[in-house]
Design a protein around this ligand. Structure first.
Ligand code: DQQ
Length: 541
């Protein structure tokens, strides 16, 4: 079948062509934001991976540079995989990354690269010092599950960093801890920083956060006064989601203890409940914030990826901080994104009765940013919550999709909808009563089951619970719509879902936007604002 060029995203990060995956080593340096990423220069499938490199003044407009790291030494000859950047004491950035050292086995080794010329703000050339490698898979380490070094932090006279791993012969994923005095010679600690029976931990990330509700970010080495908690994230190879815990880090004992001891296995927190993986944060010293970047793979077939000539995008950079509850993080698209907004279209004080919907007109919504504030008139008709689904939002939403009538909700947006509504992606809430402690439970879903008439697409339903107090009836939703991606933020960024969809009719100017209510209770749109989004500089494409 023919793959429409209108499915190529407009303001989400991507190179002009070919395959991309994990964001690598993001940092701010001498006036520029740098993003490296896993890239196949030869095609739209994973393989031949190198570190491609782009720079930006605002994390929205991107300029592509020459690749930063390519295979060249014995310890990275067969692949340069994911890693991170650390600013050394003299301000020089250092890249730690995983190299593949043997042709046939994915034998993994940690390496370091340094700028050839640290006075170049664009950091165009990188060298690999001769003291490479810095960490090899000795006994006790699974050599093929040992990768993705973190940004290092400095504590008590030593640098520390984590490498993701899987304990040999077990299902125990771990964050293997290393220390170094000089950033050259690294010694493995006896104990991993943390571990759990979850399978391999890819792309760990570890950082401090300021007090609950404070939006400012902290340098990765911050410790003590001003640090409320630490966050540990890992990307689970088995489920392909990014999970995190909030907890306490003791840098003398070299231990991290999650606040919720079962948080690794039950009611696990995810950065995003959709298509978002191998993410990484960095501290932005300019705006004193921590920024999260994550990879969104295609949900399209490999044949389509090849026909399109590209696969993979990066999510919109998100500011990330500790929620006022202290129990979870909150994320919000960086404010620079708002520069792309065109003229706003406003709807206010509009009631949507049970079974009704209305179209938001006056803009082309295929490349847009939509913010809505809903008000639920009453929670009386909310369906009872079945505790069997307490740990399985996705299953619940799979059963109770956008077309399944409910009590309070489903209500929300139909985005990328065709004129006849045969195609539409639903992003919505559904409220249940009698959850934990008798409180209502809010479910947020992204339901792509009707997103396209194209056959054989992978159309996973994504869902997460929203830990918000809905007793006032109020809840908000923001969706970044960009041709084949819908990136949504529920309740001010408490729950996020990125979804890839491939409409066959709801393309370009034929895509429509609606508000719908399939519940039995009136829903008021107290305010909706929608903006068409301009196209930024995107790596020359
Ligand atoms: N992708 C990289 C690995 C990492 C995985 C290889 C996560 O380093 O573990 O491209 O998507």
């Amino acid at each position: 079948s023919i793959v429409s060029p209108l499915l190529r995203t407009g303001y989400h990060f991507q190179p002009p062509m070919n395959w991309i995956n994990d964001p690598n080593g993001p940092l701010y340096y001498k006036g520029w934001y740098h993003l490296f990423y896993q890239y196949n220069p030869k095609g739209a499938v994973w393989g031949n991976i190198i570190w491609a490199h782009s720079v930006s003044r605002d994390l929205i407009n991107w300029i592509a540079l020459e690749p930063a790291i390519t295979p060249s030494i014995p310890t990275d000859k067969y692949g340069v995989w994911s890693g991170s950047t650390t600013l050394l004491h003299d301000g020089t950035p250092a890249i730690l990354y995983t190299g593949i050292g043997r042709p046939d086995t994915n034998y993994q080794i940690q390496n370091i690269a340094l700028p050839k010329n640290a006075s170049d703000p664009l950091l165009r050339e990188w060298t690999k010092p001769d003291y490479n490698p810095i960490a090899v898979p000795v006994a006790g380490i699974n050599a093929t599950q040992f990768r993705d070094p973190t940004t290092a932090w400095f504590a008590g006279g030593r640098w520390r960093m984590l490498v993701g791993g899987l304990r040999p012969g077990t299902l125990r994923g771990e964050a293997i801890l290393y220390r170094s005095r000089d950033f050259k010679r690294w010694v493995r600690a006896k104990h991993p920083l943390h571990s759990a029976l979850t399978g391999m931990w890819e792309c760990p990330d570890f950082y401090p956060v300021a007090k609950a509700g404070a939006e400012r970010g902290l340098d990765t080495s911050a410790y003590g006064a001003g640090v409320a908690k630490h966050v540990l994230k890992n990307s689970l190879d088995l489920t392909r989601y990014d999970y995190y815990t909030v907890g306490t880090y003791d840098n003398t004992a070299e231990r991290y203890v999650p606040d919720n001891p079962t948080g690794d296995v039950y009611r696990r927190l995810q950065y995003d409940y959709g298509n978002f993986y191998a993410s990484k944060t960095f501290f932005d010293p300019v705006k004193q914030r921590r920024i999260l970047l994550g990879w969104a793979n295609e949900s399209d077939s490999v044949a389509h990826d090849k026909a399109k000539g590209w696969a993979g995008i990066q999510a919109i950079p998100r500011k990330i901080w500790l929620d006022p509850s202290g129990k979870q993080l909150v994320q919000w698209p960086i404010e620079e994104l708002e520069k792309l907004r065109g003229k706003p279209v406003n709807v206010g004080d509009k009631v949507v009765m049970p079974g009704q919907h209305f179209e938001v007109t006056g803009l082309h919504s295929y490349q847009s940013d939509v913010e809505v504030s809903f008000e639920v008139s009453s929670l009386d008709k909310a369906e009872p919550f079945d505790p069997a689904y307490a740990n399985d939002a996705q299953k619940l939403c799979g059963m109770k999709g956008a077309d399944v009538k409910g009590g309070v909700g489903p209500f929300g947006l139909w985005v990328l909808a065709s004129a006849d509504l045969a195609e539409k992606t639903a992003v919505f809430f559904r409220v249940f009563k009698d959850g934990y402690g008798g409180k209502p439970v809010v479910l947020m879903c992204s339901d792509p089951s009707k997103s396209s008439l194209t056959p054989d697409l992978y159309k996973p339903t994504f869902a997460g619970f929203v830990d918000t107090d809905i007793s006032s009836g109020k809840i908000s939703l923001r969706s970044l719509i960009d041709r084949s991606v819908v990136e949504s933020f529920g309740a001010g960024g408490k729950t996020c879902i990125l979804s890839r969809v491939y409409p066959s009719m709801a393309l370009g100017k034929d895509a429509h936007l609606h508000v719908f209510n399939n519940g039995a209770t009136d829903i008021k749109v107290s305010r909706l604002t929608a903006w068409e989004m301009k196209k930024p500089l995107m790596n020359g494409a």
